[in-house]
Design a protein around this ligand. Sequence first.
Ligand SMILES: [Zn+2]
Length: 255
Amino acid sequence: MMKTGRYWKDQGIVLKSINFGELDRIVTLFTRKKGKINVIAKGARKVGNRFGPALDCPAISNFMFYNGRGMPVLSQAEIVDCHREIGKKTNQWVFANYLLFAIDRCYEPEESDERIFETVLFYLDLSTKCENFYILALKFRIDLIRFLGFLPRIRSCAVCGKPFKKIPQGWSVASGGMICEKCFSSIADIHYLPPNMMTLLAKLMTFSCASCLSIQLRENQFAYLDRFVSEYLTYHVGKKITEWKIFLERFQEAS
Ligand SMILES: [Zn+2]
């Protein structure tokens, strides 16, 4: 139980917000130290309120909070970077929203992870310089999988642990990785992946982000990997993590 009457600071980014009462908003933030938190921003719906664009997505701000009797109260917000340039280009803006959507789905309240906070800042910054959102969206989800602690095994069998001499075709989402031929029959959710997809997946998992950007993907290859990575994340997080292509299409249809 947090003590009431105490002020504290944290840096964060707005994941989402909903109207509350006539003048307030309940804002979900992802903060550097505390992870995902819900706070109340009193008076945030008033024109010319003191928070200004700090509560707009995807602004990064230094926040000050006050522990009230219920959820923490946002008392001050000072913008560090409002990412104005992201709002100017549709796909960049949708990509920023995709990062925040995935974080919101993958993390429980107060599950802090400074690495993923830094990673979101990294991808937001990168999205202003590079428009290969197909690769960025894949690589970001793979980073998420790594930070959440369920990176698939690709060098040795996810069941028996035996190192691979050549890339196998068996894959199991539940077992968490590639499966050797001997273990095929013991796995209920065995899938057979085309070898070129296994190779691409291994590259995406092991290459740096900069090197991943030089990978050439055909549209059908991207569609396959997009679905594949989202299905893996969805299974292990227990919440639906929409594919980038579908997320983008939904936005384009709505606008
Ligand atoms: Zn095996």
